[in-house]
Design a protein around this ligand. Structure first.
Ligand SMILES: [Fe+2]
Length: 366
């Protein structure tokens, strides 16, 4: 059997052979059959339909060359400095690096058309869920900037935050694991688009492009046998539906939208708003929270947002605040005693505002 290699349209030559049936992103009908020899005319047509990556029958030597050209990006494994000395994030750096490595390996296998091994990803996600399930308050480490490896870090951050929200909703491990997977893989279709760096929040996005990455992701995950669970596949397909019924691809409304998808959407938005390197979207954790809450019932499920606020508090980790005694501090985590009284680091000392009767947050320093 010929090896399958995913190639961008511009790298495909006249005479290259399609290695798998190609489906239309909207109707799911076969557009081109496996074995079709591609020519200029076909390629032009595909470009018009914005189908920009194709599975091609690869020669062994080319495949090996491609694999060796995927360098492991050292930058990707770098973790940000802690937000304050001695403050540890809820997901330890080692564990975070472990998920990056296993997720990137899987994505690389997928891109070069190798048999995909999901075991390492399953194992690392399992340990993240087991770790988070035992924690009561979280130091949310999602505002690490995506200097490199946007798609990997975004998937991982979305997965971590989704699990935190799931825990706040008292979901069991049995449901948290598929939720973690749905979140990790939700944007995998972007890997197969020409320009994956586009904005998918705030109504500024290109509807066709949104549709394309959800359907490509769904098809790749299901056809490669990476995900068999229907609920997870549906979550990937429906992660751009909106609660008021104006989303894609089905314009599903409210509870009709897959439940994992409704959680993933919120985590996806928070990470995109706070972690992107795009100037326009680089919001502070507090601004991002306000923005998301303003879309309650429109884009997002209010029931899920309720749990989201329990995780973050009204002043999320990393928010710079001014206290009534004139001192500035930085929010580390919720106190568990109320949304407005977090634990704040002031002059290198942790102050639990739920225990300080005469101390409160006067304003946010934006
Ligand atoms: Fe997306």
């Amino acid at each position: 059997m010929a090896a399958i290699e995913w190639k961008p349209l511009e790298d495909i030559k006249d005479g290259d052979v399609l290695a798998e049936d190609l489906y239309d992103g909207t109707s799911f009908k076969v557009l081109l059959s496996k074995g079709t020899r591609l020519n200029e005319e076909i390629l032009k047509n595909l470009e018009k339909r914005e189908i920009l990556w194709l599975p091609i029958e690869g020669k062994k030597s080319e495949l090996e060359e491609l694999k060796s050209s995927i360098d492991f990006d050292e930058e990707l494994l770098k973790v940000e400095e802690p937000i304050a000395p001695g403050i540890k994030f809820s997901v330890p750096d080692e564990m975070y690096r472990g998920i990056i490595t296993s997720f990137k390996d899987l994505a690389d296998q997928l891109k070069v058309g190798e048999r995909v091994d999901t075991e390492a990803v399953e194992r690392t996600l399992g340990s993240v869920v087991d770790d988070l399930i035992t924690q009561e308050q979280y130091v949310v480490n999602l505002f690490r900037k995506h200097v490199s490896g946007y798609l990997y870090k975004h998937g991982i951050n979305t997965s971590i935050l989704s699990v935190m929200i799931g825990c706040a909703l008292s979901m069991s491990r049995y449901h948290l694991i598929p939720l973690a997977k749905a979140a990790l893989f939700h944007d995998i279709g972007l890997m197969f688009l020409k320009d994956p760096k586009y904005v998918d929040i705030g109504g500024t996005s290109n509807r066709d492009k949104l549709l394309q990455h959800t359907t490509i992701g769904y098809k790749i995950l299901s056809s490669k046998g990476i995900i068999e669970d229907r609920e997870i596949l549906d979550a990937v397909l429906e992660h751009h539906e909106k609660f008021d019924g104006t989303g894609i691809p089905f314009e599903k409304k409210g509870d009709d939208i897959n439940f994992y998808a409704r959680i993933v959407q919120v985590a996806d938005a928070y990470d995109s708003l706070t972690s992107t390197t795009s100037e326009a979207l680089n919001l502070s954790p507090y601004q991002a929270l306000k923005w998301i809450l303003s879309r309650s019932g429109k884009d997002y499920d209010p029931y899920v947002l309720n749990a989201f606020v329990k995780v973050l508090g009204m002043y999320p980790t990393g928010t710079k605040v001014k206290l009534n005694n004139g001192k500035n501090g930085i929010v580390i985590r919720t106190s568990g005693a109320g949304l407005l009284v977090p634990v704040v680091l002031v002059d290198d000392v942790l102050v639990d505002l739920s225990k300080e009767k005469d101390l409160w947050i006067e304003s946010v320093v934006e």
